[in-house]
Design a protein around this ligand. Structure first.
Ligand code: FPP
Length: 252
């Protein structure tokens, strides 16, 4: 039986987030330039998106460019931006054909004009689609996202439109870039690094974390299914003890 058939279709995570890591090391191992790794990584984006759509994962968030990535050599940053523009432009039609709705989180307003315009156009062109939501984290930093939320909440408090007691988990979530999107049940990071790297710090509070040694350009649909399979075989406790969970299940 292949791994996809083993999945419990009643327990598919609604939201999977991925830190796509290892493009540079994969390319280096092959004696190629880092940008070749990123370009090959686009194939894996397709694999992950197709796999997510096939098993009806509703939201797929991909960490494509962090605010820290601007510190990389200019040639790599420019190459990555070109790759993003070209990929978004080339894939827009296929996103529509597959009913994928594109969205983005991060400081989109600070992206280079070409990249921002192409992105906003693709978001608009796919806005009516009802299948998988593909969310690109671009020029994204979770600490910045939380700071922005704090600023918004503080100014609402100052204006008198909210009371201190109204600052709940839900209110904070509603002020994040991901407002309206459920938190990821599963976060995958490739390339063997075991870190969160400033990605969705608030939203990952209770997520299952899946770390795989595979470099992103080698990540295939089966690897996505494998991560979901392992997620389905873990016990999610949300701070409770195992027996309490069993009681909860019996009550359902
Ligand atoms: C991390 O590998 C990867 C990135 C910073 C960029 C990922 C971007 C893509 C795969 C293109 C995505 C395109 C779309 C449309 C989403 P790394 O360079 O940090 O690898 P290393 O750790 O081996 O150096």
């Amino acid at each position: 039986m292949n791994i996809k058939e083993k999945l419990d279709t009643d327990n598919i995570p609604q939201h999977v987030a991925i830190i796509m890591d290892g493009n540079g090391r994969w390319a280096k191992e092959k004696g190629e330039m880092r940008l070749f790794g990123h370009a090959t990584g686009v194939e894996s984006v397709r694999e992950a998106l197709t796999a997510a759509s096939e098993v009806k994962v509703k939201y797929l968030t991909l960490y494509a460019f962090s605010t820290e990535n601007w510190k990389r050599p200019k040639e790599e940053v420019d190459g990555l931006m070109d790759l993003l523009v070209n990929t978004i432009a080339n894939e827009a039609e296929s996103l529509n054909k597959n009913n994928v709705k594109l969205n983005a989180i991060g400081k989109i307003e600070d992206l280079p004009d070409g990249c921002r315009n192409e992105l906003l156009k693709a978001i608009e062109d796919t806005s009516k689609n009802t299948g998988t939501n593909l969310i690109l984290a671009l020029n994204y930093s979770a600490k910045m996202e939380i700071k922005d939320a704090i600023k918004k909440i503080a100014s609402e408090y100052k204006e008198g439109s909210i009371e201190l007691d109204e600052i709940t988990d839900e209110l904070v979530s509603d002020h994040l870039y991901t407002s309206g999107i459920p938190d990821p049940e599963l976060m995958i990071r490739t390339s063997g690094e075991i870190r969160i790297s400033n990605f969705l710090l608030w939203q990952l509070a209770y997520s299952e974390l899946h770390f795989t040694p595979i470099f992103w350009p080698e990540f295939k649909k089966e690897d996505f299914y494998q991560a979901i399979y392992e997620y389905q075989n873990r016990e999610r406790r949300f701070g409770l003890v195992g027996d309490q969970l069993k009681e909860q299940k019996n009550d359902e």
